[in-house]
Every structure is written in C-alpha cells, then in structure tokens.
Design a protein around this ligand. Structure first.
Ligand code: DC
Length: 235
C-alpha cells in the first residue's frame, strides 16, 4: 500500500496589514495548494454593489445581489485573477472606493452566509490555503492548521503608508494612521457578525517581530507535521 500526504485546509486570519496575502500566497506555492483570498470575494461583490448603485447599508438589496453573483478565483502566475460574473475585475477591486465599500458590504450576515457557502465549496476537498478574517472560526472551524497573523498598529501603519507611496519618516503621520487602525481593530473585534478574533485553537503569529521568511517557515513547519500525522492510503 502507498501513502500520500493528506491535503490540508490551512486557515490564515488576521487584520489588514498583517501580511496575510503575501504569506498565504507563498505557503500555497510551497505546498502546491490553491490560494483563496476571501477578501477578494467581498471586494468583487462591493464593486458590483457600487456599479448597481446599491445602498451599502441595505442588507435586503445586498443579500440578493450576492446570491445572483458568480465570483471565481482563477489561479494565474503572480496571483489569482478575480472574475465577477465572467469579467476580470482583478485590478478594479483594489481601488480605494472598493476597499471602503467591501468593509461595509461584509458587515451583513446575509452576505456573509452566501460567501461562507461559496468558500466552503471552494475548499472542501483540501489542498487550500484560505486567507481572511473568519476562516478558522466560521468557514472551516475544523481546518487542520489555523493561523492568526497579527502585527502592531505601528508596523501595519508603516506598511500601508509605504504601499501608498508615502513617507514613513514622519512620526506624526505614522501615529495618526496607527490610531485609525487601532480604532478599526476595536470595531472589527467587537462587531456582532463574525468578529475578528483568533479561533481558540489558532496559532497566533506576530509579524511585527518576525521576518517574512520566518513567518512562512513557521506555517510550513506546522503544515508539514499535520500532513504527516494522517497520511491518506492509496491502493
Ligand atoms: O483582506 P481584504 O482587505 O481584501 O478584505 C476586504 C474586506 O472584506 C475587509 O473590509 C474585510 C472583509 N473581509 C471579511 O469580512 N471577511 C473575510 N473572510 C475576508 C474579508
């Protein structure tokens, strides 16, 4: 009898700016897994809602809009392409108006329920790294590896300023962005629908003090030991 490695579900959750996307992409590449960015799905729906002129606080409009949508993530070199109802929206979902709308769209339980169903379908066979806010708590509470990736508000503020081409030598500007991040964290952690909290069995990794390679190595170490715990028999 031959044994092959079990293909796991790896959940990576955490706040914006903790480095989830780059870490998830690299971990998936090393393991030969699919990388699913759940935030991109909320962003795609937010774009659709903006284009439809929907009110972002109306769950009764946004729920059906989600339910009539087709959102796909198509693996491509350099990251997934995001398809909304068959149209490539990969670049447009990164616009700041969409970032803002995605945060509002994702607060509605009916929208979340639809997203969670799609995400479960995408990941049910294993061999996936799924990244988001509620993957280890709601989408795959039985994921074999759960990571909660954090970083201090100051480090996340500096990353965001650099990403937007700004200057991090201005301490007052960094402190102002860090304060805004702290306020948003508080809101995300205390919201009623899927608050951003680590699953009780998640491994919390702080990327403020660890380099990118160290974070990736830590997750790969956890994944490889779980893969070997339950090899799958092949006949
Ligand atoms: O990770 P991101 O910035 O692309 O996420 C976009 C928005 O979607 C952000 O406001 C958080 C929300 N989101 C969520 O509520 N649940 C997820 N699993 C993923 C993202």
């Amino acid at each position: 009898m031959l044994f092959s490695m079990r293909r796991l579900i790896i959940a990576i959750d955490g706040p914006a700016g903790a480095g989830k996307s780059t870490v998830a992409q690299r971990v998936a590449q090393e393991l030969g897994y699919l990388n699913i960015e759940s935030g991109a799905m909320y962003r795609a729906l937010a774009l659709k809602a903006l284009e439809a002129g929907a009110a972002m606080d109306e769950e009764d409009a946004l729920g059906p809009l989600a339910e009539q949508s087709r959102i796909e993530l198509a693996p491509a070199p350099g990251g997934n392409r995001v398809l909304l109802d068959g149209t490539d929206v990969t670049l447009r979902i990164r616009e700041s108006s969409v970032t803002e709308a995605a945060s509002r769209v994702s607060a509605h339980p009916r929208v979340r329920a639809w997203m969670v169903d799609r995400q479960r379908e995408m990941g049910q066979d294993g061999g996936v790294v799924m990244e988001g806010r509620d993957i280890g708590t709601q989408v795959f509470p039985y994921a074999e590896v759960k990571i909660f990736l954090e970083a201090s508000p100051e480090v996340r503020a500096e990353r965001r300023i650099r990403q937007e081409g700004g200057d991090c030598s201005n301490g007052t500007a960094v402190a102002a962005v860090a304060e805004e991040i702290r306020r948003r964290d508080e809101r995300d952690r205390t919201r009623a629908a899927s608050p951003l909290v680590p699953a009780p069995d998640a491994v919390v990794i702080d990327s403020s003090t660890l380099g990118f390679e160290q974070v990736v190595a830590r997750i790969l170490g956890l994944a490889r030991s779980r893969e070997m715990e339950f090899p799958t028999a092949q006949t």
